[in-house]
Ligand binder design. Structure first.
Ligand SMILES: NC(=O)C1=CN([C@@H]2O[C@H](COP(=O)(O)OP(=O)(O)OC[C@H]3O[C@@H](n4cnc5c(N)ncnc54)[C@H](O)[C@@H]3O)[C@@H](O)[C@H]2O)C=CC1
Ligand SMILES: CC(C)[C@@H](O)CC[C@@H](C)[C@H]1CC[C@H]2[C@@H]3[C@H](O)CC4=CC(=O)CC[C@]4(C)[C@H]3CC[C@]12C
Length: 369
């Protein structure tokens, strides 16, 4: 990375910079990384909001590109001091084929790594996922675990499998010599379920509740804890890691860090109601209204229907065998590795994260179904 004389001249690249998390990372960099000279935003789909960012002191360059195309990635990476690789196909609903998920999440990540090596970019932060760890296919709970907690990470679903392979590529690339002879320094951040402004699943659940007369029907036992983390804190952790990676390369290089904050441990549904309740929705039932076997039957029927309808229309409901299994398996983290290694503290309190998310839901045009 640039020496002190050029410290105001840093060039960052954010892949997936127009996504839910990516947009927050982009805005956080512009607000809290004073050394930025140029910020490149690389994405398959560029958002109109990017235009408003071009009036500030940092040169913002929007690059429409595909991480599966190596030459496009090389062109975007060339000259960057830091790459934050957040682009990915986040699909557990069967929208994309397993091959496409692998091509984007694994081959795309390999392209980013090779671009760093070929062009001399030394610092790479990868947005991994808790799903790299679990829940595993056996439904083993991961109860307030940390980065060193033993857990049998066994995946069959294409999404978690692709994230695990990509993370492995990133960590194994740590220490490779980049063009110019310096070592590549990599690390991976593992967010748990991210929530906050722009969360599409939260939006979908909200509209589903509106369609059902303001009611949602409990499907998950309240005893199942699911770790969640506010998107602003995940973005902040990305900014901090990117900043500290040079000074603490020996400690941080090749490491993984769970993303965490003070968001409470709750079931996925009860947690969502922290935001949807104040927006007028009600969660019916103190325990699941249907037995698990019946929910699984409905989930399997959804998967069958998706397969049958695929030639005609994409049918991708929230409930499928994978999402039901994940939602029903406790997965929470309790760690301070990021605090110990690079001084991370959540930027947003739980109260602030909750308020911001509620305001975002309230601002949604409820009539736009
Ligand atoms: N949403 C969540 O709860 C969690 C997400 N993550 C990870 O965070 C990252 C961002 O996820 P989200 O913001 O939730 O998803 P998102 O779908 O909102 O954002 C992903 C972005 O990547 C872009 N993209 C997809 N394929 C691309 C390609 N071939 N070339 C270039 N850009 C491409 C999309 O256009 C999108 O803007 C992903 O890597 C995901 O695995 C990790 C843990 C939890
Ligand atoms: C239909 C009901 C059973 C409903 O409760 C289903 C909820 C379900 C859609 C979500 C429950 C757990 C979520 C996943 C979890 O937060 C971990 C994730 C990490 C990622 O990297 C991407 C998103 C996700 C897989 C997330 C997706 C939605 C859930 C399965």
């Amino acid at each position: 990375m640039a020496d002190s004389a050029q410290a105001q001249k840093l060039v960052y690249l954010v892949t997936g910079g127009c996504g839910f998390l990516g947009e927050h990372v982009v805005r956080m960099l512009l607000q809290r990384e004073p050394r930025l000279r140029e910020l490149r935003i690389f994405d398959l789909q560029l958002g109109p909001w990017l235009e408003e960012l071009k009036t500030g002191p940092v040169q913002v360059i929007a690059i429409k590109g595909d991480v599966t195309q190596a030459h496009e990635v090389i062109a975007a990476v060339a000259g960057a001091h830091v790459v934050i690789h957040a682009a990915g196909l986040v699909d557990v609903f069967g929208r994309a084929s397993p091959e496409t998920i692998h091509k984007v999440n694994v081959q795309g990540t390999q392209n980013v790594i090779e671009a760093c090596v070929q062009t001399g970019t030394q610092f790479l932060v990868y947005t991994s996922s808790m799903e790299v760890v679990g829940p595993n296919v056996k439904g083993h709970p991961f109860y307030r675990g940390n980065e060193d907690t033993p857990y049998e990470a066994v995946h069959r679903h294409p999404y978690p499998h692709s994230k695990a392979l990509a993370e492995q590529l990133v960590l194994e690339a740590n220490g490779r010599k980049v063009c110019g002879g310096l070592p590549l320094v990599t690390c991976a951040l593992r967010p748990t379920g991210i929530y906050g402004e722009g969360h599409q699943i939260m939006r979908d659940i909200y509209y589903q509740g509106l369609r059902l007369g303001g009611r949602l029907f409990r499907a998950i036992p309240t005893s199942v804890e699911h770790g969640r983390v506010y998107v602003g804190n995940v973005a902040w952790m990305h900014v901090l890691v990117a900043r500290e990676l040079e000074q603490r390369a020996a400690l941080m290089g090749g490491q993984v860090y769970f993303c965490y904050d003070k968001s409470p441990y709750k079931s996925y549904e009860d947690f969502n109601m922290e935001f949807l309740g104040p927006c007028g929705l009600r969660l019916v039932g103190t325990r699941p209204l249907l037995p698990y076997w019946l929910l699984m039957l409905l989930a399997v029927l959804n998967a069958l229907l998706q397969w049958l309808l695929r030639p005609l229309v994409l049918y991708a409901p929230l409930l499928n065998p994978y999402t039901l299994a994940v939602a029903n398996t406790t997965f929470t983290v309790s760690t301070n590795k990021a605090q110990r290694h690079f001084g991370y503290e959540p930027l947003f309190s739980w109260e602030d994260s909750r308020t911001r998310t509620i305001r975002w839901v309230q601002a949604m045009d409820g009539s736009a179904q």
